[in-house]
Design a protein around this ligand. Structure first.
Ligand code: NAI
Length: 254
């Protein structure tokens, strides 16, 4: 029977110093995975690593700016070298990219959004591929957004990048499926993370009551548990899917 454990697997998570990436690192480590905690700087990742180790888990920090192609190659190689394998990639790092279409800086915001939120995914997957090919249960999870499925005004660079993530997920699921590598995508709804920290509490409550079925923002670990589920050896026949983890936001009309 297929295992429902990631114990012993090696997982590389981007943007893992905060929010959903941090929760994902913690959940995977608690389940016995070795976690490569990567984020812009090692200083911000170290507290995550320290907390995981204090709880008896295995983790190590690497600085990784996902918009830097040479850093991606170096860090993926270093992680595989350090742990002797790489089984799981979680493309999670992200930034906001609000910008009206007629703004003079639109093209700059667009280029940055696509670079961090979409191009990085294919680069990390390409760097990880030789290692994933050696894994018994190779898994890729890309974090998109409900903005990939519906849109908010003045958020088109972000929306386009996230929609690109869903397309990339499907295309690579089809391309890598013959090798047993699964590629899936999660679309979080409104989640309590660094990205939404500056939204006033009242606005959060109003939005959640009006838009979600569950009438609340989600917690980062509620997304992390879906990521874990998609990475289990037992999740061997799920690929190419886009799963909203959104408190019923996409399901709700009124
Ligand atoms: P967060 O701001 O708490 O965490 C994002 C992390 O990504 C930070 O630690 C940041 O340093 C890192 N990061 C930013 N640029 C980077 C780069 N160039 N290279 C490496 N790391 C970088 O935000 P959150 O919410 O945990 O974001 C995680 C993912 O979830 C993102 O892809 C975001 O777009 C997505 N998301 C978030 C939602 C929310 O409501 N919070 C909703 C839907 C999707």
């Amino acid at each position: 029977m297929s295992s429902r454990s990631v114990a012993g697997a090696v997982a590389l998570i981007t943007g893992a110093a905060s929010g959903m990436g941090k929760a994902t690192a913690e959940v995977f480590a608690a389940e016995g995975a070795h976690v490569a905690v990567t984020d812009l700087s090692a200083e911000t990742s170290e507290p995550v690593v320290a907390a995981i180790r204090a709880a008896g888990g295995s983790a190590e920090a690497w600085p990784l700016d996902v918009s830097d192609p040479s850093a991606i190659e170096a860090v993926v190689a270093a992680v595989a070298q350090r742990f002797g394998r790489l089984d799981i990639v979680v493309n999670n790092a992200g930034i906001s990219a609000f910008c009206p279409i007629d703004h003079p800086e639109y093209d700059t915001v667009w280029t940055r959004a696509l670079g961090v939120l979409l191009t990085s995914h294919q680069r990390i997957i390409r760097a990880a591929l030789p290692h994933l090919r050696k894994s018994d249960h190779p898994r890729i999870v890309n974090i998109a957004s409900t903005e990939a499925l519906g849109a908010t005004s003045r958020d088109s660079p972000y929306s386009a990048a996230k929609a690109g993530v869903t397309g990339l997920t499907r295309a690579l699921a089809v391309e890598l499926g013959p090798e047993g590598i699964t590629v899936n995508c999660i679309c979080p709804g409104p989640i309590l993370t660094g990205m939404t920290a500056n939204v006033p509490d009242d606005d959060k409550q109003t939005y959640a009551r009006r838009r979600t079925a569950l009438r609340r923002y989600g917690r980062p670990e509620e997304v992390a548990h879906m990521t874990l589920s998609l990475c289990l050896p037992a999740a061997s026949y799920i690929t190419g899917v886009t799963i909203p983890v959104d408190g019923g936001l996409m399901a709700r009309n009124a």
